[in-house]
Design a binder for this molecule. Structure first.
Ligand code: PLP
Length: 377
């Protein structure tokens, strides 16, 4: 998302005028400290958490690493088993894979055709050695929203920590950590009009988490290093704006995403819409365009001035079909035609209509040329 100009404005003084190191004691430093703590309150407010439960990080990836490795390390004597899903972001999946090389065991739950984890399978996966369940709140590729509060009930019953990667949901849908029943929750500012390179991990009071970065006593000994005050102020401002304006934005973006979905289905044949029809993010539309390569569609869209993605932005460039689409059972040849559109508060009806004009001739041209082309099948 573009950084909201009001966020930029809030950040600017902390580069040049209010540049104090928040750990120092002079007035300038204390002002920076104060700004950081006000930002913490704003982050806490969007989660309905307590400010002391918020730890600032360099983004969603670090928050996920701190949650999963931090719990794994701190609770090693209790157990070595983690339950996650096959459709997590790589910031969780690759942490789990790495932990497997360090003596931990991980169960990767499958999902149904919509991307939902099965609660019975989750129950069955839990053992006496399970220390953590980590399931994302909404999937970044297909937008499916997982039943986190139900998972929270299971985690509570069994006395296991629950982490959710909420990078795709914070700032987009209302979140109440107690209703979700989570002990840890990751968020990232650049997904909701804040700056890149800053995020936070919510850590419920009393949760045992080992720090990953050792050094000074910053962030209550949970994350050492001089804090990035301008970015943190930006994150706080983005949270405040999202809380105030989120509902209206949701309504608007939802209608535009629906217009795009219907428009594509009307204008292009052999389209598969991925993700859950109801339990989904309002701003993400992932479709498989049969008989073409998604990458070719993207390049052509880009030439028309339209920025879209295939699977995950982080995975593009890899020739493997998306792990998320594979997990929901999309055959590899279909998954290769995946195109993901993400809408936001800056998206207009004219933008959507522009895509609807541009896409059909692109698909037609590619289908005529492509070795995967329908005519050549
Ligand atoms: N988790 C999810 C679900 C994401 O979509 C992303 C996006 O990039 C991340 C984690 C990583 O966050 P960041 O880019 O802030 O490191």
């Amino acid at each position: 998302t573009p950084t909201d100009p009001r966020v930029v404005e809030a950040m600017l003084p902390y580069f040049t005028k209010q540049y104090g190191n928040p750990s120092s004691i002079y007035k300038l430093a204390q002002e920076a400290h104060e700004a950081k703590e006000v930002a913490r309150e704003k982050v806490a407010r969007i989660l309905r958490a307590k400010p002391e439960e918020v730890v600032f990080t360099s983004g969603g990836t670090e928050a996920d690493n701190l949650a999963v490795k931090g719990v794994a390390y701190a609770n090693r004597e209790k157990g070595n088993h983690i339950v996650t899903s096959q459709i997590e972001h790589h910031a969780v999946l690759n942490v789990c894979k790495w932990l497997e090389t360090q003596g931990y065991e991980v169960t990767y739950l499958g999902v149904d055709k919509y991307g939902l984890v099965n609660l019975e399978e989750l129950r069955k996966a839990i053992t006496a050695r399970t220390i953590l369940i980590t399931i994302m709140q909404a999937n970044n590729e297909i937008g499916t929203i997982e039943p986190i509060s139900k998972i929270g009930e299971i985690a509570r019953e069994r006395g296991i920590y629950l982490h959710t990667d909420a990078v795709q949901t914070v700032g987009k849908i209302p979140i109440v950590v107690d209703e979700l029943g989570v002990d840890l929750l990751s968020l990232s500012a650049h997904k909701f009009h804040g700056p890149k390179g800053v995020g936070a991990l919510y850590i419920r009071r009393g949760t045992r988490v080992a720090p990953l970065i050792h050094g000074g006593h910053h962030e209550r000994n949970r994350r050492a290093g001089t804090e990035n005050v301008p970015a943190i102020v930006g994150l706080g401002k983005a949270c405040a704006i999202a809380l105030e304006e989120g509902e209206e934005e949701t309504r608007k973006v939802k209608a535009l995403t629906e217009r795009l979905r219907k428009g594509i289905l009307d204008r292009v044949d052999d389209i598969i819409v991925n993700g859950h029809p109801e339990h989904r993010l309002h701003n993400t539309l992932n479709v498989c365009v049969e008989h073409v390569e998604g990458e070719s569609v993207l390049l052509n869209l880009d030439m028309a001035g339209i920025a879209a993605s295939t699977g995950s932005a982080c995975a593009s460039g890899s020739l493997e079909p998306s792990h998320v689409l594979s997990a929901i059972g999309v055959p590899p040849e279909t998954a290769r035609g995946s195109v993901r559109f993400s809408l936001g508060k800056g998206t207009t009806r004219a933008d959507v209509d522009f895509v609807l004009e541009a896409l059909p001739p692109i698909v037609e041209k590619l289908r005529a040329m492509s070795p995967l082309g329908k005519l050549n099948h």
